[in-house]
Design a protein around this ligand. Structure first.
Ligand SMILES: NC(=O)C1=CN([C@@H]2O[C@H](COP(=O)(O)OP(=O)(O)OC[C@H]3O[C@@H](n4cnc5c(N)ncnc54)[C@H](OP(=O)(O)O)[C@@H]3O)[C@@H](O)[C@H]2O)C=CC1
Ligand SMILES: O=C(OP(=O)(O)O)[C@H](O)COP(=O)(O)O
Length: 354
C-alpha cells in the first residue's frame, strides 16, 4: 500500500485525495491545510487526517474545534510520497521539505517546469517518470493538448499545431477572480505558456498557442488546428479518438452545446463533484481540410489532471507499467465516459456509395 500525503487541499488537492483513496494500492496518509475553513472541515468529515501546513497556525485548528495530527514534517514523515497541490510557486518553496525527508513528490502545472526532473502526462511519457524523485503533472490545458497530440503524432505524424484557448477566468469557488465583464487576451503577446509547456512533453512538436480569459468558471475551450503529415478522413480521426480512454467524443445527438450541459451530463452520470476527467471533443467539430485537422474541445480544469496525478505516483514508486496504471486508475475512478449514442451521429446516417 502506497501512503500518499496531500499538501494543499484546494480545488486539485481535494480531488487528488479522493482519487488516491479510491485506488486499491494507495491510501491517504493525510492532508495539509493552512487554516480551518470549510474545506478543512470537509476533509475531516471524509476521514482524512488533517495536518497544519504552517506550524504556528496549528492552534487556529484547535480553536475551531478541528483536531490536527501534526505539522507538515509529520505528514511528510508519514508518507511514501507527497502530492503537492499548493498554489502556484508554493510547491517550489516546499521542495526542500520533501528533500529533507528523502520523500518523492508530485508537483502541479502552476509550478515552473524546473521544479521537477520530469513534466508528466500518462498517455505521452509515463516511463520518463519511472523512479524519478520529483515529477510535475502538467497543467489542465497542457494535459488535454497532450492527450490529443499523442495519438495524432503516433498515427499520422504532426507538421504543426495551432491552438486558441479560451480559458475560464477562475474556478467556481474562486469568487474573487475576473474578468467579470470582459474577454482578455491573456497574455496579449504570443505564445501563451501552453505551447512551451507542451514542448516539455513533446520537445519536437511545432506548436503555437494563443490564450484568452473569459468571464466563465466551468471549463476551458480549445480551438485546435493540427496540420498532419497525412490526410485521413474525419471518420478515421473519430475512430482514433474513440480508442483514447481519456477523450470523450460528444455525439451530435446528445445536444450538448457547451460547458453548462457537459457539467449537467456529468452530474446526471453520477460523477463526483460533476467532474469530467476526460477531454470533451465535439464530434461535429472534427473536420479535415487536406492535411489540416480542426476540432473544438472542452477541458474541465478542476479534474482532468486528477487521473494523471495517480498515474504519476505509480510511475515514481512502483514498477507498474503505463497501460496497467491507466487501466487501474480509470477503473477505480470510473474514467471513460461512453455515450450510448453512435458517436458519429448524423455522419453514420449518410448513405455511403460503395
Ligand atoms: N484549479 C485548476 O484549474 C488547476 C490548477 N492546477 C494547478 O494546481 C495547483 C493548485 O491549484 P488549485 O488547487 O486550483 O489551488 P487552490 O487555491 O484551489 O488550492 C490550493 C490550496 O492550498 C492551500 N495552501 C495555500 N498555501 C499553502 C501552504 N503554504 N501549504 C499548504 N497549503 C497551502 C490553500 O488553502 P488553505 O490556505 O485554506 O489551506 C489553497 O486552497 C496550482 O499549481 C495550479 O496551477 C492545475 C490544473 C488545474
Ligand atoms: O492549469 C490551469 O490552467 P493553464 O493550463 O492555463 O495553466 C488551471 O486552469 C489553473 O489556471 P489558473 O492559473 O487560471 O488558476
Amino acid at each position: 500500500m502506497i501512503h500518499v500525503g496531500v499538501n494543499g487541499y484546494g480545488t486539485i488537492g481535494k480531488r487528488v485525495a479522493d482519487a488516491v483513496a479510491a485506488q486499491p494500492d494507495m491510501t491517504v496518509s493525510g492532508v495539509a491545510k493552512t487554516r480551518p475553513n470549510y474545506e478543512a472541515e470537509a476533509a475531516v468529515r471524509r476521514g482524512y487526517d488533517l495536518y497544519a501546513a504552517i506550524e504556528d497556525r496549528a492552534d487556529a485548528f484547535a480553536d475551531a474545534g478541528l483536531e490536527v495530527a501534526g505539522d507538515l514534517d509529520a505528514l511528510v514523515e508519514a508518507s511514501d510520497i507527497v502530492v503537492d497541490c499548493c498554489p502556484s510557486d508554493i510547491g517550489a518553496k516546499n521542495r526542500p521539505v520533501y528533500e529533507d525527508h528523502d520523500t518523492p513528490a508530485v508537483f502541479q502545472g502552476g509550478e515552473g517546469a524546473d521544479v521537477a526532473d520530469v513534466s508528466f502526462n500518462a498517455r505521452s511519457n509515463f516511463e520518463d517518470a519511472r523512479d524519478a524523485d520529483y515529477v510535475r503533472v502538467v497543467s489542465c490545458n497542457t494535459t488535454a493538448l497532450s492527450r490529443v497530440i499523442a495519438p495524432l503524432e503516433e498515427e499520422y505524424g504532426i507538421e504543426k499545431v495551432r491552438v486558441t484557448l479560451v480559458r475560464r477566468s477562475g474556478d467556481p469557488s474562486e469568487t474573487g477572480r475576473g474578468p467579470v465583464n470582459d474577454v482578455l487576451p491573456d497574455p496579449v503577446s504570443i505564445p501563451s505558456h501552453h505551447g512551451p509547456d507542451v514542448n516539455t512533453i513533446f520537445p519536437d512538436v511545432d506548436i503555437d498557442t494563443l490564450a484568452l480569459k473569459a468571464p466563465t468558471t466551468l471549463m476551458h475551450t480549445h480551438s485546435l488546428n493540427v496540420t498532419l503529415a497525412a490526410e485521413p478522413d474525419e471518420d478515421a480521426i473519430l475512430d482514433l479518438l474513440a480508442d483514447e480512454s481519456r477523450v470523450f467524443t460528444i455525439p451530435e445527438t446528445a445536444d450538448i452545446d457547451g460547458a453548462g450541459k457537459l457539467k449537467d451530463y456529468a452530474l446526471d452520470a453520477g460523477r463526483p463533484r460533476g467532474d469530467l476527467w476526460e477531454n470533451c471533443v465535439w464530434a461535429e467539430s472534427v473536420g479535415m481540410e487536406g492535411p489540416d485537422l480542426y476540432l473544438f474541445q472542452n477541458v474541465h480544469q478542476e479534474s482532468d489532471v486528477i487521473p494523471e496525478n495517480v498515474d504519476a505516483i505509480r510511475a515514481m514508486v512502483t514498477d507498474v507499467d503505463a497501460a496497467e496504471s491507466v487501466e487501474r486508475t480509470n477503473e477505480a475512478l470510473g474514467v471513460g465516459l461512453e455515450s450510448l449514442f453512435d458517436v458519429r451521429g448524423d455522419r453514420e446516417a449518410v448513405p455511403v456509395d460503395d
